[in-house]
Write a protein that binds this ligand. Structure first.
Ligand SMILES: Nc1ncnc2c1ncn2[C@@H]1O[C@H](COP(=O)(O)OP(=O)(O)OP(=O)(O)O)[C@@H](O)[C@H]1O
Ligand SMILES: O=P(O)(O)OC[C@H]1O[C@H](OP(=O)(O)OP(=O)(O)O)[C@H](O)[C@@H]1O
Ligand SMILES: [Mg+2]
Length: 285
């Protein structure tokens, strides 16, 4: 029988959340301490713990079938690798930053400058599109220090909260791309592996959908029900159940977290009372 091989980061930003999403999909992993390879006990899945930057090559060579990596790494090293789905964590961007003291007007100010980065392909492509010629210095970490030690006049690196830039007296001036963790696959999967991937991907979608939704129960007087139902998005239409007091009903529905507080406010104004909000474990459409 075929087994899917998935690469996840050995340690670092993506490691914990990658294991969590597999666990939330009901997959139990027999992890031994310091092991670089593990097996799932209840799904045909083998887990390989690898260095992030090496993963695109392993996918391309068919050493692994799947991986969880940052979209930014796909763009830098794995443009040919199919993205199966976005995973919603490790959100960040790849940006260009310059010293706070630099009078930066627009991208032309980077012409002829030295820029330090761990993302040379991404940066090169961006500068080419903008017709800017700069001298790119490849460094593998602590990129933000480069201008302070005289190595470059600008940097291109990952930004999330912006605190690393702030601590190094830098300001973000150009955003090249937005990124989040993604599930990527090897370019060629046989039919059986593709079918296992479809099963895994279906589970991941159910987990992510549930994480982004809330189950809402509320009570409403029957004469306000029409107004309340109009406010609710729901999966199909809300469930309405009578309460012991025959003038009142209980309404059950699902609300996406993006619209959550706006809808709750509207519901209160429309006459909803005793609103209960629950997390959802899995959501299958
Ligand atoms: N500050 C951050 N906030 C959110 N996501 C981040 C941040 N820094 C990095 N990431 C994301 O996590 C991924 C892994 O970053 P991390 O720094 O853990 O590993 P790495 O140094 O790129 O690789 P390696 O596994 O070889 O050490 C990045 O490719 C990016 O997608
Ligand atoms: O905007 P912020 O929230 O400050 O995050 C950005 C920093 O996070 C990443 O480094 P990381 O902490 O992963 O260290 P690393 O250089 O060892 O990978 C990235 O390379 C930036 O330096
Ligand atoms: Mg890092």
């Amino acid at each position: 029988m075929n087994t899917l091989k998935i690469a996840i980061q050995k340690s670092g930003r993506l490691h914990g959340e990658s294991l969590k999403i597999l666990k939330d999909c009901g997959i139990s992993i027999n992890n031994g301490k310091g092991q670089l390879k593990a097996k799932a006990s209840n799904f045909p899945l083998e887990i390989f713990y690898l260095r992030n930057g090496d993963i695109p090559k392993y996918l391309r060579d068919g050493v692994v079938d799947l991986a969880i990596i940052g979209e930014n790494l796909c763009i830098e090293k794995g443009e040919d690798l199919p993205i199966v789905q976005k995973l919603g964590f490790s959100k960040c961007r790849v940006s260009i930053a310059v010293p706070k003291t630099m009078d930066y007007q627009n991208i032309k100010d980077l012409d002829g400058k030295e820029i330090a980065t761990s993302y040379p392909n991404t940066l090169k492509r961006f500068l080419n599109q903008k017709n800017i010629k700069a001298d790119i210095h490849l460094i593998n970490g602590s990129v933000e220090i480069a201008p302070n030690i005289g190595l470059s006049q600008a940097i291109c690196d990952i930004v999330s909260s912006g605190s690393t830039l702030f601590k190094n007296n830098l300001k973000e001036v150009e955003t090249i791309l937005e990124s989040e963790a993604v599930l990527v696959s090897s370019p060629q999967l046989n039919k059986e592996k593709q079918s296992l991937l479809d099963q895994l991907s279906f589970r991941i979608s159910s987990v992510l959908r549930a994480e982004n939704s809330k189950y809402v129960l509320l009570n409403a007087p029957n004469n306000k029900l029409d107004d309340i139902i109009k406010i609710l998005p729901g999966m199909k239409s809300p469930t309405i159940m009578p309460l012991a007091d025959k003038n009142w009903s209980s309404v059950h529905t699902v609300i996406h977290q993006d619209q959550f507080w706006e809808i709750i406010d509207e519901l209160k104004t429309a006459g909803a009372e005793s609103i209960l909000i629950n997390s959802i474990d899995k959501m299958i459409l």
